[in-house]
Ligand binder design. Structure first.
Ligand SMILES: [Zn+2]
Length: 199
């Protein structure tokens, strides 16, 4: 793949093959869009980036520059090289799905990150083995001293980005989260496109 920016359309999914050693830059083009992110071993989709395995090794609620994200087999799959987006991302929240929107009162189908993962991978002829917990880029889930969580707007700015190095041949998948009921994509609830490059 060239390093031309690829669009993750608003409320949609997108996936790409990435070779070991390549760099993935995920750009919050308009500054307020959460991008759910997954990575799968290119040669074994049942091995994938795992938030719980990563936290057990890098010891951060939010990974920092220099941290490696691990797979469910505890092997490095992505390393964070650079972050201009304020360092606020989320490793705690499950991907949104039809059940989440039903819980939030939706009576009709609402686009969601779980289906976007499947749609993005389907463009590559792939099927997710399950919906792993995503690395929710730009998502702001602060906690207070009692451990209570909240859903807050992103702190990222237009054009800010996070840069990741592939530590194995992998499939990267993104969803521009369609959440427009909670303020995680900004207070207006407007969902937008985002972009990524692979170089
Ligand atoms: Zn979502």
């Amino acid at each position: 793949m060239s390093d031309a920016p690829v669009t993750i359309p608003a409320t949609c999914g997108k996936a790409a093959f990435v070779a070991a050693g390549q760099t993935i830059t995920v750009i919050n083009t308009h500054g307020t869009q959460v991008v759910d992110t997954w990575a799968f071993n290119r040669h074994d989709m049942k091995e994938f980036m795992s938030m719980e395995h990563s936290r057990a090794t890098h010891h951060h609620m939010i990974p920092k520059v220099g941290d490696a994200m691990l797979t469910n087999k505890r092997r490095p799959i992505l390393t964070i090289l650079e972050d201009t987006a304020g360092g606020i991302h989320d490793t705690l929240m499950a991907a949104c799905d039809r059940y989440r929107y039903e819980e939030l009162g939706c009576k009709e189908y609402h686009r969601n990150c779980t289906d976007n993962l499947a749609e993005g991978l389907a463009e590559l002829g792939l099927t997710p083995p399950e919906t792993p917990s995503p690395f929710n880029l730009f998502m702001n889930i602060p906690w207070d001293g009692n451990g209570t969580l909240s859903f807050d707007p992103p702190v990222s700015t237009p054009g800010s980005y996070i840069k990741l190095r592939a530590e194995m041949d992998l499939v990267i998948a993104f969803s521009a989260c369609p959440q427009d009921i909670l303020p995680i994509n900004g207070k207006t609830g407007a969902t937008t496109e985002a972009h990524f490059t692979v170089a």
